[in-house]
Design a protein around this ligand. Structure first.
Ligand code: GLC
Length: 618
């Protein structure tokens, strides 16, 4: 397609703007290579030429307002298309529902064409250019994306960068012996090489898929398979892989995708003698990917999925030379972990310590996605050091307690959940379960105890108020807004029986009549509405973690142009007090809760915080 003068000019200006951000990391990764540079430029220009006018206009809008995704107006909703609405066309019937809930960012769980049979929930992709035929065609997807865009909702899809399905065309050609495609993956002829790597690697699915390599006697090679056998790790040291993926990213952006969730990015670079996670090269790659799409599809943002310990997590939003240049969004798995940790222990010291010690108050050109549950298990990313910093806590002991608690095995636990992947060697255990079941709603409903039900609902609304105000883009996981409980029948589905994460991937229940469900739904909507009315909560405003002298209270300060917002959360089922001077010391003069519209009682200069209370003082 011929480019207009103006479009050509925008491309050239954007190329200049991002040139250093793009080529500095690429040179470190692949060396200086003018031929590669000119191929990349041609590719970007070709995709830019094909970009629909409406999206070019969006590019311009977002270039003029680059902080669009940091706004307090942003609220995300994450779902499996089939479990929410059957197909993409079905989604069109539920746009009003999303709108009513206040959603402005919709994340479709993996929706590109997966391999047949078990596909790890769609994370084993055989064609990045096609929609999963069970959900519809690319045209259906484009229609939904456009409809949502016109209703003020941006669209996120998963892009798996670390691996392809072994049925992907590149892998098939590699298996057929094409050397060029074998170089797209990590392949070894000699088992000893794989054993050398294994010495320092960990296992992601130790029960289902032990080891990190798979031997294919058919073509006589070992292939790097970090996750499942059918997921072949891509070789990002090969610049051809970079070009292929950029092409795919831009193709998706041109179909109307606003945000790409870059899956399992921590694993993208391999180096002997390391655990092959979070290596510096990964950060170079992520910077280069972002700089490239910023030239040819500036409306697109990147969300990094790295579920790692705090020290390794923060760099995904860009630190040091990558500052403001890496992912726009990254999952705050630590906030999620510590919500559950404090909920079980009724104590906030470890949460306060971890979030205060390891996390910056603000990031440049990026923010966290805050969430309570997602489609994955909960891994207890609590380090030995952080545990040791708190009296009477040890990392291993606390991790064991949490795994037991959320499997419902600890005496007095309110939770119903399962153990996911028990690592016999390290003792590591993770948990599955829905928000509602882990927070006690399932057990409470079963017992018929009205007080227990009300308490479980309060735990959930406290969590939602936390992610809505902490700082970042809050993500609601489908069904949490109506308290869907564990789907135990998933264990009877042959394709899912081996993976109990399906217990927390239930189908949507559109009937949702019960009273607890309605309370959660109305409570969620209320929190979302209030969030959107408070400019303090824009992700561009810093989050300062406070140290209230109360062992069950977690608190932070958000400083906006409007003044301060003090968030206070009670992680226990007992009333808690805080000296009013604590709030005054942070600039709060009125003890009025912007969430409930009630004034917080202060007899004897004490703020009184109800069981599982969530309070936003402004
Ligand atoms: C990510 C996904 C997870 C999947 C893995 C492999 O961590 O969230 O569900 O199993 O990547 O693709």
């Amino acid at each position: 397609m011929a480019l207009s003068r103006a479009d050509r000019r925008s491309f050239d200006l954007r190329w200049q703007r991002s040139h250093a951000d793009l080529f500095q990391p690429l040179e470190r990764l692949y060396g200086a290579n003018p031929e590669f540079e000119s191929r990349l430029r041609k590719l970007l220009l070709a995709r830019w030429s094909e970009r629909p006018a409406e999206l070019k206009d969006l590019d311009l809008q977002r270039d003029l307002q680059p902080s669009w995704f940091l706004s307090e107006n942003m609220v995300g909703y994450v779902f499996y298309v089939d479990r929410f609405a059957g197909t993409f066309n079905g989604v069109l019937d539920h746009v009003d529902y999303l709108d009513d809930l206040g959603i402005t960012y919709v994340h479709f769980m993996p929706c590109l064409k997966p391999r047949p049979g078990d596909s790890d929930g769609g994370y084993s992709v055989m064609d990045y250019r096609a929609i999963n035929p069970q959900l519809g065609a690319m045209a259906d997807f484009e229609k939904v994306a456009k409809t949502l865009r016109h209703r003020g909702m941006s669209v996120c899809v998963d892009l798996v960068l670390n691996h392809t399905a072994k049925e992907h065309e590149w892998a098939v050609k590699a298996q057929a012996g094409e050397a060029g495609y074998q170089a797209y993956y990590h392949m070894f002829e000699d088992e000893r090489e794989t054993l050398d790597y294994e010495k320092t690697l960990v296992e992601v699915f130790p029960n289902d898929a032990p080891g990190n390599f798979t031997l294919y006697p058919g073509f006589g090679k070992y292939v790097w398979t970090t996750f499942n056998e059918h997921q072949w790790d891509l070789n990002w040291a090969n610049p051809e892989v970079f070009l292929e993926i950029i092409d795919i990213m831009l193709n998706l952006a041109n179909r109307g995708v606003d945000s790409l969730r870059l899956d399992a990015v921590a694993f993208m670079w391999k180096q002997l003698g390391t655990n092959c996670q979070n290596l510096p090269q990964v950060h170079d790659l992520l910077q280069a990917l972002r700089a490239a799409t910023r030239i040819a599809a500036p409306a697109l943002i990147h969300k990094a999925e790295a579920i790692v310990a705090p020290r390794d997590l923060v760099p995904y939003l860009g630190i040091g030379r990558h500052r403001g240049r890496e992912a726009n969004l990254a999952y705050h798995n630590n906030l999620m972990v510590h919500f559950w940790s404090s909920l079980a222990s009724r104590k906030s010291a470890l949460m306060t310590h971890t979030l205060k010690t390891h996390f910056p108050e603000c990031c440049r050109n990026g923010c966290w996605t805050t969430y309570i549950r997602c489609h994955d298990d909960i891994g207890w990313a609590i380090t030995e050091e952080d545990g040791a910093a708190i009296p009477h806590v040890s990392g291993p002991g606390h991790r064991k307690f949490l795994a037991d608690f959320y499997a419902g095995k600890h005496p007095g636990s309110f939770a119903r959940g399962g153990i996911f992947q028990e690592n016999a060697e390290t003792g590591d255990r993770r948990n599955s379960g829905t928000f509602a079941s882990l927070a006690g709603l399932e057990a409470a409903i079963e017992s018929g105890d009205g007080q227990a039900i009300a308490t479980a609902i309060d735990r959930m609304l406290m969590g939602l108020a936390l992610i809505a105000s902490f700082g970042g883009l809050p993500l609601l996981y489908m069904g949490d807004e109506i308290g869907l409980t564990n789907d135990y029948a998933s264990a009877d589905e042959p394709a899912h029986a081996h993976d109990n994460r399906w217990m927390h991937r239930p189908r949507m229940n559109w009937a949702r009549q019960g009273s607890p469900q309605l309370k959660i739904f109305e409570g969620t909507k209320h929190i979302v509405r209030r969030r959107k009315s408070l400019g303090h909560l824009a992700a561009s405003n810093p989050t300062q973690i406070l140290e209230p002298q109360n062992q069950s209270i977690f608190a932070f300060l958000r400083m906006g142009d409007e003044g301060p917002l003090l968030g206070i959360f009670n992680f226990s089922e007992l009333w808690q007090n805080l000296p009013a001077a604590f709030a005054r010391g942070h600039g709060i003069e009125r003890f009025h809760d912007a969430l409930s519209d009630a004034s917080v009682m202060t007899p004897n200069e004490q703020l009184q915080i109800p069981p599982y209370g969530r309070i936003w003082l402004v």
